[in-house]
Design a protein around this ligand. Structure first.
Ligand code: NI
Length: 206
C-alpha cells in the first residue's frame, strides 16, 4: 500500500503527512548492498499469481525481505507483498510509521477476522500508482505468521495496520484493491495505466 493512502476524507484515521523520501537509510547492519526491486504494475498478469507457502526461512529469503523493505521505503509505501516484486512466496513487509522506524515481516500470514464490521478506507497500491478508491474491510483482525527468524507470532491489528495487512495478503492470493471497485472504474484505471506503460516503453526505446 502507499503511504499517502490514508489522507483521504473517507479515512477515519489521523492524517499521515506526505513524507519526504528518506535520503539515506541503513536498515540492515550488514555491509551487503541493498537492491531495489522492480514493482510490477496493474494489469501485469504476474500480479494475479497465487503465492506458495514458504517452507524454510533462510538467508536467501531474508535478503529478499531486506530488499523488499528497501523497495517499500524507496517507493514511499507502507506495505509490500512479495508478489508485487515477482517473487511468488507468501511473505510481505509493512511499516506504517511515518519515519520508517518499524519494519515488520510477515511470512505465511494467516488472517482471522476478529470484528467483521466493515471499515471504509481510501486505498492505493504501489502496483496501481496514482489511484485511490474507497474499500471496505473488516475492522479488526488477528494475524498468525512467522517473523524473519522463522519464529511463529500472533498479532492483533485494527485501523491502518488491519487494512494494510488485509490488502497485502490479498496480493499473495493474486488480488488487488481494484477488484473491490466497479468494473467500469477498474477498466478506466487499467486503460490509463496501460497507456502510461506504452508511453514509458516508447520513451525508453527512443
Ligand atoms: Ni498493494
Amino acid at each position: 500500500m502507499h503511504k499517502h493512502d490514508f489522507t483521504g476524507k473517507n479515512s477515519n484515521f489521523p492524517l499521515i503527512s506526505r513524507m519526504i523520501a528518506p535520503c539515506v537509510r541503513h536498515y540492515c547492519p550488514d555491509i551487503r548492498i541493498m537492491s531495489l526491486l522492480t514493482i510490477l504494475e496493474f494489469p501485469d498478469p504476474r500480479l494475479r499469481k497465487k503465492a506458495a507457502r514458504v517452507k524454510s526461512v533462510d538467508d536467501a529469503l531474508r535478503e529478499t525481505l531486506d530488499d523488499m523493505v528497501e523497495t517499500m521505503y524507496d517507493a514511499e509505501g507502507i506495505g509490500l507483498a512479495a508478489t508485487q516484486v515477482d517473487v511468488h512466496k507468501r511473505m510481505l513487509v509493512i511499516d506504517i510509521t511515518e519515519d520508517n522506524s518499524n519494519p515488520q515481516i510477515f511470512i505465511n500470514p494467516e488472517i482471522t477476522v476478529l470484528d467483521p464490521e466493515p471499515l471504509g478506507h481510501e486505498e492505493g497500491c504501489l502496483s496501481v500508482p496514482g489511484y485511490y478508491e474507497l474499500v471496505s474491510r473488516p475492522r479488526k483482525v488477528k494475524i498468525n505468521a512467522l517473523n524473519g527468524n522463522g519464529e511463529a507470532f500472533e498479532q492483533e491489528a485494527e485501523g491502518i495496520l488491519a487494512v494494510c495487512i488485509q490488502h497485502e495478503v490479498d496480493h499473495l492470493d493474486g488480488k488487488l484493491f481494484v477488484d473491490y471497485i466497479s468494473a467500469l472504474k477498474r477498466q478506466r484505471i487499467k486503460s490509463k495505466l496501460e497507456k502510461e506503460h506504452r508511453q514509458h516503453k516508447t520513451a525508453a526505446s527512443a
